[in-house]
Each structure stands twice: as structure tokens, then as C-alpha cells.
Write a protein that binds this ligand. Sequence first.
Ligand SMILES: C[S@@+](CC[C@H](N)C(=O)[O-])C[C@H]1O[C@@H](n2cnc3c(N)ncnc32)[C@H](O)[C@@H]1O
Length: 283
Amino acid sequence: MNEAWIAPEYDEQLEKLEIELLLEGLFRAYGYDFRHYAFPSLRRRIWHRIGLERLNTVSALQERVLHDREAFDRLLSDLVIPVTELFRDPGLFAYIREKLAPALGRLPFARIWHAGCASGEEAYSMAILLEEEGILSKSRIYATDINHAALKTARDRLVPCDRYEQYRKNYERSGGKADFALYVDGDPEDGFTLKRRLNERIVFAEHNLVTDRSFNEFHAIFCRNVMIYFNPELRNRVHRLLYESLADGGFLILGGKESISFTKYEDKYETWNDEFRVYRKIG
Ligand SMILES: C[S@@+](CC[C@H](N)C(=O)[O-])C[C@H]1O[C@@H](n2cnc3c(N)ncnc32)[C@H](O)[C@@H]1O
């Protein structure tokens, strides 16, 4: 099985039809709706899985994943890659510390939602920041994703050991006020976990932005590097969910390559910081 696998020549229309049928099948059999995810990246990931399964056609993959739950789980983990970091984009977290944390601190109680949290690093970054700003005890952080393996890593507070140095530097660049080692248990050489107290104010849960409804009203919503995988129609649908889930004056934080512009909701926010994609709900 070592020889290189070569994707077969494919008729474009037929490929599109088979991918649509596969996505319809995933939705009807398992309830995961990828039908409106951006096509080029879906297509790439599907072919990657076809190669790993030593199959030749999209239909063969469909047959396998519909009959074999484990094969479906393998495909799912290709379709929802949980790439993330602690204090990813340190400049954003420095900005949050300076500008958003004081606004959140003035509230009697702050609810923050990390939608598409992957293995939880963004939520933990926020917990550390809020603790240092003295407002963690009156905050609740909700961190959700559709990838249950990633959520388990998040609940276990596991952080890959090879990223310790990078995370320490990110933390310092984000304006961290303490020694990063204080937030960590274990030996960075062997793998480490974040301190147990950090997830006391975090609720991790499965939530699908495409098929599930809002579950609370939030003062800040992070939805970073999630909607890049969605097509424009789905992006608008998810923006509606986020908008309806935000309190008046609440903050929406998108990923560095995302924007509220060209969505149906662009008039409903004022831009607080264009570089860091921070928006405030105005009406
Ligand atoms: C690239 S990660 C981003 C993680 C984190 N927000 C960050 O920026 O570091 C994208 C995450 O979005 C999640 N995701 C994809 N589709 C989703 C959906 N429909 N509902 C909830 N989460 C979803 C994936 O499972 C993945 O963990």
C-alpha cells in the first residue's frame, strides 16, 4: 500500500453531482450539514479522504461512510480541521485587553461565546486574560464546536507539548501580565495541561452553527476562522444567528481574513477595529 495514490480522471459535472449526493447523504444519515460549505476546500478534503481510504470515486466514499460510522468519523475530522493556538493573533488579544475588557468589566455579568472553538485554546486565552483583568469571576465563557474529539481535548485542557514556546511568546506579545509557566501543569518536554481552575468558568458543548439555534444572549462572540469554510449564503445565515445572539452593544470578533462587509449584516455593526475585525452591534 506504499505506492502513491493518484486521483482518477473525473468528469467535472459528474464529480459535482457525486459530491452533492455525498453531502446530502451525510446530512440525512448523520445530521451534519456541509451542503453550503465552500466547494473548493470541501472538494480537496473529500479527495484527500478518498486517497487515504484507497478508494477511487466519491460514490465509493459515500457508500463507505453511510455504512460505517467510523469511516464517517474519519471523514468528519477531515472536513472540520481544528487548527488553533493559544493567543492566536497576539495583537488582537492586546487590543481586547485594552479596549474590550474594560467594557465587559462594567457589566454586572459578562457572557462570552467562542463559536467554533476547536480544541479550546481561544477560550482558555480569554479565561487567562479575564482573570488578569479581574473579571473572570463575573464572566461565563461558552465554547462550542461540532468536532467532539476537539472538544474532548479542550475539556481535558491538553496542549501539544511542541507548542509550549510558541504559546509562551504569543502570551507575552498579547500583553500577558504574569509568567506563562504559572498557567501550566506538567513538564513542557512531555506534554502539558493548562491549570484546572482556568476551565471553571468555561462551558464546552457541541453546537452546530448551521443546524442549531441560539442558546443564550452574549456580550461578546468570537467566531474566528470558521465562516471561511462557508459559502456566502451560509455565511449570511450564520451571521443572522450571531446577530440574534448578541446583546445590544455586544462585540463580534471575526478572524483576520474575515469581514462583516458584503454580508447582509454589515449595517448592523460599527467597526471598532478593522485590523483585528472587531465589530459592535448597533441596531
Ligand atoms: C480553523 S478552526 C478555528 C478555531 C478557532 N476559532 C481559532 O480561530 O483559532 C475552525 C473550527 O470550526 C469548526 N466548525 C466548522 N463548521 C462548524 C459548524 N457548522 N458549527 C460549529 N463549528 C464548526 C471546526 O470544527 C473547527 O474546529
